[in-house]
Design a protein around this ligand. Structure first.
Ligand SMILES: [Zn+2]
Ligand SMILES: [Zn+2]
Length: 183
């Protein structure tokens, strides 16, 4: 598989715009594939033998982002490092994309509340660790919202996966810092 990374220096305005679009396309590409990969990881046997490691902690801690089974890591890193092998991408777009993914990965498991309004909230992934069947998206909630698996507040609207809670998903034993309420 050929690496299509571009290394030339940027001079024209159009080139900066192109790099920005490559960055956005990379984020969208990752968000879509990560969502379905994460959903597969929650299938019964994948969860039992692979993804269960990552869910060992109900309230995640910083290094839990990398606390995943090697096979799950291999699959996910194929997705994460995919952009330069799938389409032309400038080194600056790829670096910016990796910075966003790296920072969000650590923040999601940091135990702190951080929000980038209208785009990203660390509470979302905390709720995934606490409730298992909500908020599979990483790092942004768009794929969950599209699939009806989002639980949280986005752009002032509260989304709830109430039917799944009623089907008996339990957060027993969860010690999530977000004090998620189940009425
Ligand atoms: Zn999961
Ligand atoms: Zn996690």
């Amino acid at each position: 598989m050929q690496n299509k990374m571009e290394f030339h220096e940027l001079r024209e305005y159009d080139e900066y715009l192109e790099v920005f679009l490559q960055f956005i396309v990379s984020i969208i590409y990752q968000s879509v594939l990560e969502y379905y990969w994460h959903r597969i990881m929650h299938w019964k046997y994948c969860y039992r033998y692979l993804h269960k490691f990552h869910h060992a902690y109900k309230a995640p801690e910083p290094w839990d982002d990398m606390y995943i089974h090697p096979l799950e890591a291999f699959g996910y890193y194929c997705i994460l490092y995919g952009p330069p092998f799938l389409f032309s991408i400038h080194k600056y777009a790829f670096i910016a994309y990796m910075i966003v993914m790296g920072i969000c990965g650590v923040l999601d498991h940091s135990g702190i509340n951080f929000e980038f309004p209208g785009l990203y909230n660390t509470i979302d992934h905390d709720n995934h660790h606490a409730k298992f069947e909500v908020n599979y998206s990483f790092p942004f909630p768009f794929m969950d919202i599209l699939h009806g698996t989002y639980e949280g507040t986005f752009w002032g609207k509260f989304y709830s996966v109430r039917d799944k809670v009623n089907r008996g998903i339990t957060i027993e034993g969860a010690s999530c810092k977000t004090n998620f309420k189940v009425e």
